[in-house]
Design a protein around this ligand. Sequence first.
Ligand code: MRU
Length: 359
Amino acid sequence: MSDLLTTTEELRPFTWQDGQLLLLDQTMLPAREEWLAVNDVPGAGDAIRNMRVRGAPATGIAAAYAMALAARNIGPTAMPVFLDELDAQAARVAAARPTAVNLGWAVQRCRDVARMCGTPAQAAARILSLAHAMREDDIDSNRAIGRNGAALMPESGGILTHCNTGALATAGYGTALGVIRAAWESSKQVHVFCTETRPWLQGARLTAWELARLGIPSTLIVDSAAGALMASGRVGAVVTGADRIAANGDTANKIGTYSLAALAAANGIPFYVAAPFSTVDIDVQCGEDIPVEERPGAEVTSLGGHPIAAEGVDVWNPVFDVTPAALITGIITERGVLRAPYEAQLRDLARQPSVTEVA
Ligand code: MRU
């Protein structure tokens, strides 16, 4: 399935249409805009594992839609049998990628809703409504993150960001990129430096593309140019997303984030993390307890299907790292901007229900 997005259309990584989940295949961007139809849990699991949909909030909501598909596909049966099968499928969805807490968070909320229902049909309908509500809640949260973070961005000049945290990585608008977007929309004359983000090139392929669509000036750098760029005085702030924020504020995000935070500290540049509360894992005390996904070495030894490394070389390919809270100037959330020490504020704000939990 292929369909061209107009340049003015609000970018969304997925849509629910005619009883199926349509994913904008992010492995094809920016060369091709292809929509992938997903009808079951194995299809959703493959799409998440293979990075066709990626970014912590986007994978979380895609997981909720996967649960809606699972509930529908199980079909009419006794409620205890239905719940057992739903739990088994939930475990498969949650296992697709380990680091972002959003996957487990979304799946758990769907399991909770199912337990409040009398029949499988009712549960399937309620889970689908929940997935839609989570999608809208995420967009609202991102806009609030943008509003809260825009004020922290410089009036003009360079902002460095990493990986892709824009509309594609969320239900829409973006987190760190949402902050940059909100700063731009509030007339700040910002210039974005985006890192390539090896090995999947989310910065080069996705962030640069999103920024061009939005008309925000940007410059692409290779990951290893970040130190020289910061030392040149052209960066007023660094802002990245998060895959999981521990209770003490330690933050897991795309590999290379820790290096950027350390370089920002060395150069006296503020380093912000922007994320919705769905990314906070209050049950994990510190970064050491966050599971870090390691992916196949082939992702490093080849590029676009072409070998680029010595044959047989050993590879270590962790795709996330943990930035210690001490290196984070502030955590920008939809519930406000937090400053160190983070733990009491995170625990307090985590007790507030999200919009969809109230509904
Ligand atoms: O491997 P990815 O592309 O899923 O990694 C994405 C990131 O690390 C993002 O910074 C994070 O998920 C936040 S997205 C709003």
